[in-house]
Design a protein around this ligand. Structure first.
Ligand code: NAP
Length: 509
């Protein structure tokens, strides 16, 4: 397909704004050919008004049609083949295998939500039949879940497919019959355009209202804010930085009619190395640690950025093996020049912190592309961590190992934690028994606790919880990955005293 740089507003390509930007190939640092237009207020308004109209229709269509829509989207993504993959690679610097793997996950989760739309069990019907004999008479009360209304979606730069225009947010909102208005990510605008065309065609193919889906390009914080302010938007899904998420969350809460704003943000994902595990397999854990730190050039919200272990010879052999792994890492291109610059200043800030020393930095030859990140591992005494007021996420392949002198220091650190997406424990079963108090604290600090693994790589399944207390997410109850993510975009409605014939089918006797 030929990119036009335009938005898709309720089935139509359009772009009237004078302000423009281009995609950048991070591997060369050069601008890519197409010019994209920043959305105007009028265009955002058109998209939301069309979504409001579509919402009432979507709430009445046969859910099988929503399932067909999602299946058609997944089929079309696969059919887009290399056109899509090549553009993702050009805009993100991600290698082909990663792009194809992410496409597989994207289509898989889209089909999961298609089957959820079809079976309707997410509606959770609950029926309390009337009891006229009771005193006072107990009324007939029935409740089930409905879509919340138009949803605005902000995808992240690091998952251009799985958390982008057709990411979990979009597909679970559509499964619940909620129209979606996507604010495209300016780091991969061409990828967004290809995906938006796919969804627009699928909407038309399935005979659904055009306002079911819109995608607007924007490289300006102000137009991003306009999506959240628009009175027709009923919920927002955001994946990205704490700074961006918090700014938009504040806007959502300060609207005359506040709306739910579900942000998944950054995290430092502490890893605790317990003594039994270190004694048994310190070098194996170190090898997996470096794999996790460097996976996707460290550009994962689940990157294990902090490691704590009790001082011992085994911890030192872990540090040495981690140093070897980091030194051998071949520098790789980051997603965007801005992300690379933020990584460079972040790791320099860690290096300049008093008491922090470098364990290792990549020595392998550069692959010769631009914006390449090295892997850099640091170490420090627990006292440095203890004196840190706020843990700042450094997005990229870096991590710091803290040497602790006592179990009390592990517990003190755990108690001091803000919300994080994950915490990881490496241990034996005896370690777990010995550190049950640590696990108890972590349960109140993170959304997912990993035992003898690493937090990067998130399974899309029923039991997944990808979220956590603030600032990992703005609402600790909800997940943004897995089947349960649909519950961000629904609301219960209770019917009291209705005749069966007038009730939604799932609530009839
Ligand atoms: P980002 O810079 O926050 O951008 C995300 C989106 O929000 C973009 O569309 C961006 O558009 C917009 N935005 C950012 N600040 C804004 C503001 N103040 N007002 C209005 N719009 C704003 O994040 P990113 O670089 O895409 O992703 C990297 C971050 O995402 C990392 O911190 C990572 O940990 C986090 N992440 C979290 C998860 C998770 O599941 N928790 C998953 C992946 C990534 P503009 O660029 O036009 O401002």
């Amino acid at each position: 397909m030929t990119l036009t740089g335009q938005h898709f507003i309720a089935g139509q390509r359009n772009a009237t704004g004078a302000s423009t930007f281009t995609g950048i190939n991070p591997a060369t640092g050069e601008a890519l050919p197409t010019t994209f237009h920043d959305a105007t207020s009028d265009e955002i308004n058109q998209a939301v008004v069309a979504a409001e109209e579509a919402f009432y229709q979507l709430q009445q269509v046969d859910p099988a049609k929503l399932a067909d829509l999602l299946e058609s989207i997944a089929d079309r993504i696969e059919a887009a083949g290399d056109t899509l993959i090549q553009r993702v690679m050009a805009e993100t610097g991600l290698p082909e295998a990663r792009c194809k793997g992410e496409r597989g996950r994207t289509c898989n989760q889209t089909r999961i939500f298609a089957s959820m739309a079809r079976d309707g069990s997410w509606r959770q019907p609950r029926i309390d039949a009337a009891d006229p004999q009771s005193k006072p008479g107990k009324p007939d009360v029935r409740t089930m879940l409905f879509g919340i209304g138009p949803v605005a979606v902000f995808g992240a730069s690091n998952f251009p497919l799985a958390i982008g225009v057709v990411g979990t947010d979009t597909v679970c909102a559509l499964a619940a019959g909620c129209p979606v208005i996507v604010k495209a990510h300016p780091a991969h605008p061409g990828t967004c355009e290809i995906l938006a065309e796919i969804v627009t065609e699928a909407v038309a193919h399935c005979g659904l209202p055009a306002g079911t889906f819109s995608m607007l390009q924007s490289n300006s914080n102000e137009s991003g804010a306009e999506f959240v302010r628009h009175p027709g938007v009923c919920a927002v899904a955001f994946t990205g930085s704490l700074r961006g998420g918090r700014a938009l969350f504040d806007i959502a809460c300060s609207r005359p009619r506040p709306i739910p704003f579900y942000a998944e943000m950054g995290s430092s994902n502490p890893v605790f190395l317990l003594p039994g595990a270190l004694a048994q397999r310190s070098t194996d854990i170190a090898a997996d640690y470096i794999k996790s730190v460097t996976m996707g050039v460290g550009q994962f919200c689940t990157n294990p950025a902090i490691v704590l272990g009790l001082e011992s010879e085994h911890l030192e052999s872990f540090v040495s093996a981690a140093a070897e792994g980091a030194a051998g890492y071949q520098p790789q291109t980051m997603l965007h020049p801005g992300i690379y610059q933020a990584f460079e200043s972040g790791r320099q800030k860690i290096a300049a912190t008093s008491g922090v020393s470098q364990v290792a930095v990549s020595q392998a030859e550069s692959s010769g592309t631009a914006n390449e990140a090295v892997c850099q591992i640091f170490a420090a005494d627990f006292s440095v961590l203890d004196a840190t007021e706020e843990l700042e996420e450094v997005f990229g392949p870096t991590s710091t190992i803290y040497r602790c002198q006592s179990k009390d220091q592990l517990l003190k650190f755990a108690r001091s934690l803000d919300g994080h997406l994950t915490a990881t424990l490496h241990g034996t079963e005896e370690d777990l028994t010995e550190h049950a108090d640590l696990v108890n604290i972590l349960q109140h600090k993170v959304g997912r606790i990993v035992f003898n693994g690493f937090p990067t790589g998130i399974e899309v399944c029923h039991a997944m919880h990808h979220g956590g207390p603030y600032p990992a997410a703005t609402h600790s109850f909800f997940t943004s990955i897995g089947h349960q993510s649909i519950y961000r975009f629904v609301k219960p409605v209770c019917f009291q005293g209705f005749p069966s014939s007038a009730l939604p089918e799932a609530l009839r006797q």
